[in-house]
Design a protein around this ligand. Structure first.
Ligand code: ADP
Length: 503
């Protein structure tokens, strides 16, 4: 049910167009110049409920004129926003954090509706995503420069941090709130203006979040929201304009590589959080119940649709059967329902489910054994059974590609060295996990794993205070943690002549 506000002559809606999703009114326009608007051409696109395949509503589809206007606004408001005192920016961000907490149930309901993830996980995302606002609010008031004596004397070097400038923030659909707050929070804290391009599958959560930022006091023009079905053309347009100074992207390696090419002509600062192929090592001395508990989190959170999801379980032969049978028992117990109260949601869309089904079929043809699951769930929506495969050849496509689905693949290894070699035998390097009772071995293995993040006896590495990001083809830069904000700042050195005092 979509209620569309009447357009005035300027195209500004006299009341925001909203759609009611899971009992929550969500703006469906673009957010430009501090207002909700239809797109310049009036076109819209549907948002699907992955549990049923039904349309939840339609949102405005930004076109080139809208992108131009967003960048005009970001460039125009950049100097003023960059001059705001850190305390003012911090206050706005902490107000946004409070609003997210107050609207926890509404945000969770909308996340669950457009991603299909279970409501309990959606609530977890709101808590996690909200924390970025608090984290960056705390950081913005504590950005310090340096004062140094030039080694040969005579002058001093002062350094200060300045906002990098207008940013394009492109987010994926799997964590539609947290990926927005992780980028927008950092940009605003640093004093940058931002254009947010949410994933076309999940523009509603982003709209609700942008509305909260507006309510929290973010001035007009400082944040714009541009959902679009023409992501490639939009980014090309914006990135060819030298007024844009930064792109931060979370998504596939292929798109990240395209964006880096587009960033090159203007030497644009780029942060890339790209695909992963996380290994999960279970050593011979691991606490098996704990490893299985960690595996359930690392693999089945968000139905495996996470870039840090465990993609390959590399398990020592001594414990392989104990681990795999216990994991299978747990996976068989996962419930899926078309209400958001199950434990395993659907995949985001038909195409993604088909990819997962093809990877599993291919693995089975290549010799893998199905311990449970292994098929689509018939009926509405895009559900796939929780699946465990063992005897998976290390070079099978399912072990080389990011699965992004609820499928655990187990490969048996006979030494720690072999486990580490296989773990690193991938172009990716986002997350890795290791389970062992021996902290000494754990630390050596954590050091040897080529990954930006390593979970030791822990199935979850995402945390606002920990730097998030990858090595190799998994990306550039870090988000959150002590250094995430630095990626939105330039260091400026001011050299000051200081001749000796005359006596
Ligand atoms: P996925 O396949 O998981 O959807 P993508 O990398 O395609 O991952 O998408 C992540 C985000 O990047 C989404 O917001 C999407 O709209 C956007 N996107 C996709 N293609 C491009 C592109 N060529 N340029 C800029 N953004 C893009």
């Amino acid at each position: 049910m979509t209620s569309i506000g009447k357009s005035t002559a300027e195209g500004v809606l006299d009341r925001p167009a909203t759609v009611r999703v899971a009992g929550v009114d969500v703006p469906t326009g673009l957010f430009l110049g501090g207002e909700w608007r239809p797109s310049a051409s009036g076109s819209r696109f549907p948002v699907e409920d992955p549990r049923t395949g039904d349309t939840l509503g339609h949102v405005a589809d930004a076109d080139p004129a809208d992108a131009e206007e967003a960048l005009d606004g970001a460039a125009r408001t950049q100097p003023e926003w960059g001059r705001r005192t850190p305390r003012e920016r911090a206050t706005i961000l902490s107000t946004a954090f409070d609003l997210v907490r107050a609207r926890r149930e509404d945000l969770s309901a909308v996340i669950a509706a457009e991603t299909g993830k279970p409501l309990t996980e959606a609530r977890g995302e709101v808590d996690y995503g909200g924390e970025f606002l608090r984290w960056f609010a705390e950081q913005t008031a504590h950005l310090h420069g340096d004062y140094a004596v030039a080694p040969n004397g005579g002058f001093r070097v002062l350094t200060t941090k300045v906002p990098i400038g207008p940013c394009l923030l492109i987010t994926p659909w799997n964590f539609p709130l947290a990926m927005v707050t992780r980028k927008v929070g950092a940009a605003l804290a640093a004093g940058c203006t931002a254009i947010l391009k949410p994933a076309e599958q999940t523009p509603l959560t982003a709209a609700l979040m942008v509305d909260l930022l507006h309510q929290a006091g973010v001035p007009e023009g400082v944040v714009s929201l541009l959902p679009t079905t023409g992501a490639a053309a939009q980014s090309q347009q914006l990135m060819s304009d030298p007024r844009l100074r930064k792109v931060s992207f979370t998504g596939s390696t292929a798109v990240g590589s395209t964006l880096l090419t587009q960033a090159a002509p203007h030497i644009m600062c780029s942060s890339m959080e790209l695909g992963g192929n996380a290994p999960f090592l279970v050593l011979a001395d691991a606490d098996i119940p704990a490893a299985v508990q960690g595996a359930m989190l690392a693999k089945f959170r968000n139905g495996g649709q996470s870039c840090v999801a465990a993609n390959r379980f590399l398990v020592h032969a001594d414990v392989a059967e104990a681990f795999t049978s216990r994991l299978t028992e747990q996976v068989e117990k996962l419930t899926s329902t078309r209400e958001p109260d199950g434990q395993l949601g659907p995949l985001i869309d038909r195409r993604q489910r088909q990819r997962v089904a093809d990877l599993v079929e291919d693995a089975v043809r290549g010799g893998a054994r199905v311990r449970c699951g292994g098929a689509v769930v018939e009926g509405d929506g895009y559900f796939y059974q929780g699946t465990v495969l063992d005897r998976v050849p290390h070079d099978a496509p399912i072990a080389r590609q990011e699965i992004f689905g609820p499928v655990a693949t187990v490969t048996t290894v006979t030494s720690d060295r072999r486990a580490v070699d296989l773990a690193n035998d991938t172009p990716y390097g986002l997350a890795a996990f290791v389970y062992t009772r021996d902290l000494n071995r754990a630390m050596y293995i954590a050091e040897a794993l080529e990954a930006g993040m390593v979970g030791v006896n822990r199935g979850l590495v995402s945390e606002p205070s920990a730097p998030f990001g990858g090595v190799k083809a998994s990306g550039l830069g870090r988000e959150g943690g002590p250094t995430g904000i630095e990626h939105y700042l330039e260091t400026k050195a001011i050299s000051l002549d200081l001749p000796p005092l005359k006596a």
